[in-house]
Ligand binder design. Structure first.
Ligand code: ASP
Length: 338
């Protein structure tokens, strides 16, 4: 803990000077592979989501179609308590879903605090394509979804309801850092998001972000994931970025936009993610010790980088040659090595 404290102070001052110890970036030598398309996603459940997206990308679909398809896979995954239909509810026992989708031309759509509708990512896409707006929330988002043919259904699973009942016994809001998935008993995984970025064979970028948000959040709380610029940002001129972790920190820093703008200024995806983490720490050094923030980025050449505040962030990369799960570099480790 002492080392971590020392590091977080150090990180605030000189993130740019630190050596890269972990995390993998696709290099220029791989550009031929990238020409066939590539998809990356947050967390280990990103592997299955990538496979679903790759089915589309590899047959010539657009990056936008691919990320929607991949995100739908994650939203349907029956054992994921942090994304989609099996997500954990808020502290009132209500499951609310957030999602956003964006392409590299600046077209985007989002839904927040959506109840009782499966596949928020597809509702977000309809918002983008069939309304003059970018974001719909709560009842309005639900009404729009139903008007678009989505079925209203109770999504809260018996497992999620049981987890909520157990949580209520202590009723303490305590976001967990995913340190090596070392979760304390009785306090299971209580947040994570599928953030997915793709480049298609025509070099077009797109991204999707979908989550049930922080478990046991206040009713009405909206995190970063559906907020364009916070949980997701895509620009064909530069690249794309997405985030996972405690969303309030991403919102404070317009973090995904920040990562893309740092790439615009010449940073590699990894450097941009690392500098954005440094910004998060600088703003709230005390809070940064106990919460997780993770960034994943891809530039317009398909090169990928990631960086997290604390250890434990993994991301999945899929293209014609490989399907890898990689461990992101993190501020704590970097500091110990510095
Ligand atoms: N960013 C999500 C939120 O704040 C949660 C997560 O990705 O861990 O709702």
């Amino acid at each position: 803990m002492k080392g971590r404290r020392r590091f977080l102070g150090h990180m605030a001052l000189s993130a740019g000077a630190m050596s890269l110890a972990r995390g993998v970036m696709a290099g220029p030598a791989e550009s031929a592979v990238v020409r066939g398309g590539r998809v990356v996603s947050t967390w280990d459940f990103g592997v299955g989501a990538n496979q679903a997206a790759w089915q589309r990308l590899s047959t010539g679909a657009s990056a936008l179609d691919a990320v929607e398809h991949g995100a739908r896979w994650a939203e349907s995954e029956l054992c994921n308590p942090t994304v989609g239909r099996c997500g954990n509810p808020d502290r009132e026992g209500v499951l609310t879903l957030d999602a956003s989708i964006m392409d590299g031309d600046g077209r985007c759509g989002a839904v927040a605090a959506l109840e009782d509708i499966d596949h928020p990512i597809s509702v977000a896409r309809r918002v983008m394509e069939d309304t003059p707006h970018v974001m719909l929330v709560g009842k309005g988002a639900q009404q729009f979804a139903m008007a678009q043919g989505f079925r209203r259904q109770r999504l809260l699973t018996p497992e999620a309801e049981q987890a909520w009942r157990e949580w209520r016994e202590r009723a303490k809001y305590e976001p967990q850092i995913n340190v090596e998935r070392n979760l304390t008993p009785g306090n299971k995984e209580n947040h994570d998001t599928l953030g997915m970025l793709a480049i298609d064979r025509d070099g077009r970028l797109a991204g999707a972000c979908t989550t049930s948000g922080m478990a046991w959040k206040m009713h009405g709380r909206v995190g970063d994931s559906p907020l364009i610029g916070a949980g997701l940002y895509v620009d064909n001129e530069v690249g794309a970025a997405t985030a996972s972790g405690v969303g309030e920190e991403m919102i404070r820093n317009a973090a995904s936009f920040l990562v893309v703008e740092l790439m615009r200024q010449g940073r590699t995806p990894m450097e941009a993610c690392r500098e954005a983490i440094a910004r998060v720490v600088r703003k709230r050094p005390e809070a940064s010790r106990s919460l997780q923030v993770c960034f994943l980025a891809m530039n317009r050449h398909g090169e990928v980088g990631a960086f997290a505040l604390h250890p434990g962030f993994v991301y999945a990369v899929c293209d014609a040659d490989k399907q890898d799960t990689l461990r992101a570099a993190d501020a704590v480790y970097d500091g110990a090595a510095a």
